[in-house]
Design a protein around this ligand. Structure first.
Ligand code: SAH
Ligand code: SF4
Ligand code: F3S
Length: 471
């Protein structure tokens, strides 16, 4: 095993548990009823981390609340992927200033990807003096230790990140949902796409041991979870830091043998190493959902090269064709960046025609946001904001039409849908998702929540399907 995928030592984990016990004891002694509030920005990986932060907080005696004004511990788990995410994090942290003024004993924690960056640590240090504890993504398991230190010594703890990235097992988890669960299979990223901050804020790739992943999934299925999403920045790299003879496709195949009625999703898969073996395993599996999220980023080979993505459009579309050959009903979604430095009208048209050829069911599209310290931020020919905006709107319009033409033919079909409960947007309806992740609205009963239902689709729109339950 290499240095990179080192596990956190048993002694360190023992210290972690001791700190949890000690904070718990202090909270008990204080006679108060401590509550913790968690705010999460960013991707599923951050949501999974927040479930661990809440798990630790609960084990330390805090009740999790959704009201920050009731909390004696506020945790903000930040994201750095685009400027907007960082601005939001800072403005939210700013809003807690008055809570601290009212309650000087309130402890404010800022963690996650944004605060791995030196300039953000400095900024929080000077401009947000009421932030008590700051730590980065590799110190997650040290949260109890840092909280204890703050409680005992009172001083601010602004900790820059560890340089050694490790895998910690056995952190308590408080899951947000009783039907769908996240399971990280690996952490970090080695790809260094030229626009992306993730490798700088999440460290190098390190995989969890397959036994730990399998055990966790088995336990979740046993508890009745119906949809389990395996997480990693590039799941295709699973195992490459330790055992080359066992890859992500092998892991999926082994997980698929777990008995039960459930789906396994995974994200994200990098096109440069999405293998035929992986697609074959999916096609013959019982539980792996026929959904592929395969970020294309751009349809122009020149831009893909400048992005350091290490595939061209021909290779990309070859993977899509193979997925559809093996699984004609697979749902395929993607990420697209608009306005990358040097993107010409011609490059952008390349992306538009790539969308028309790829016919994604849905895309997540982003306007390029320069990230300090990444190569793309230093590139000349940054695309002006107004040009980016025009291209972005056009991209959305093109994709809407494609999504609509992918969803219309669903009308009249009966699809298996996992019911999430009453819709947040329209309380008269329930919502759920298909195997491919499409949102479906329908009338149902409270007892249907958490169940697989057969829904006859009556209407297919660009962003959702509408139908009725077939009993
Ligand atoms: N590991 C995943 C992506 C994680 S980030 C992958 O490689 O597919 C999610 C998406 O955010 C990326 O796919 C990309 O489309 C977008 N993104 C990343 N950095 C960005 C930036 N600097 N500006 C705009 N979008 C960005
Ligand atoms: Fe970022 Fe590229 Fe890694 Fe995805 S693969 S996290 S886009 S560097
Ligand atoms: Fe995720 Fe944002 Fe970090 S997208 S990995 S939380 S930078």
């Amino acid at each position: 095993m290499t240095e990179r995928n080192r596990s956190v030592s048993p002694a360190e984990m023992e210290k972690h548990r001791n700190c949890i016990r000690e904070v718990y004891a202090r909270n008990q002694m204080s006679g108060s009823h401590p509550r913790a509030y968690m705010l999460t920005l960013g991707c599923q990986q951050n949501e999974a981390d927040s479930e661990k932060l809440c798990g630790m907080a609960e084990a330390m005696g805090y009740e999790i609340t959704d009201k920050p004004e009731l909390a004696s511990l506020i945790m903000v788990n930040t994201c750095a992927i685009r400027e907007h995410a960082e601005k939001r994090a800072l403005s939210l942290v700013g809003q807690y200033k008055h809570l601290k003024a009212k309650n000087p004993d309130l402890i404010i924690v800022v963690c996650g990807c944004m605060v791995v960056q030196e300039h953000r640590i400095e900024e929080i240090k000077h401009r947000y003096p009421y932030v008590d504890i700051l730590f980065g993504t590799s110190s997650l398991h040290r949260f109890p230790e840092l909280l204890l230190e703050k409680m005992s010594r009172g001083k601010r703890i602004l900790r820059s990140d560890e340089t050694v990235y490790e895998v910690a097992e056995g952190i308590p988890i408080r899951r947000e949902n009783e039907i769908r669960a996240w399971v990280s299979v690996m952490y970090g990223c080695n790809n260094f796409c030229s626009y992306c901050i993730v490798p700088y804020v999440r460290g190098r790739e390190r995989s969890r041991k397959k036994e730990a992943v399998i055990e966790e999934v088995r336990e979740l299925v046993g508890k009745g979870y119906k949809d389990i999403t395996l997480l990693g920045q590039n799941v295709n790299s699973y195992g490459k830091d330790s055992d080359f003879s066992y890859d992500f496709a092998d892991l999926l195949e082994e997980l698929d043998t777990i008995e039960g009625d459930y789906w396994i999703h995974f994200m994200t898969s990098h096109p440069k190493d999405a293998s035929r073996k992986l697609i074959d395993v999916m096609a013959r599996s019982r539980h792996v959902a026929r959904h592929f999220h395969l970020p294309m980023q751009s349809g122009s080979d020149r831009i893909l090269k400048a992005m350091n993505r290490r595939y061209d459009f021909e290779k990309y579309i070859g993977i899509l064709d193979y997925i559809r050959e093996k699984m004609p009903d697979a749902v395929i979604t993607s990420d697209i960046i608009v306005g990358f430095p040097g993107e010409t009208d011609e490059d952008f048209e390349g992306t538009v025609s790539a969308l028309k050829r790829a016919r994604f069911d849905m895309i997540y599209s982003f306007i390029y946001s320069p990230r300090k310290g990444t190569p793309a931020a230093e590139m000349e020919e940054q695309v002006p904001a107004d040009v980016q905006k025009v291209r972005f709107e056009r991209l959305l319009a093109v994709q809407n039409e494609i999504s609509l033409s992918a969803n219309r033919p669903m009308e009249g079909k009966t699809l298996r849908v996992l019911c999430d409960g009453v819709s947040k947007n329209n309380e008269a309806l329930f919502s759920g998702r298909t195997e491919g992740g499409k949102i479906v609205f329908f009338e149902a009963e409270p007892v249907d929540t958490g169940k697989f239902l057969n829904i006859e689709i009556e209407r297919g729109e660009a962003f959702a399907l509408y139908g009725k339950v077939k009993r």
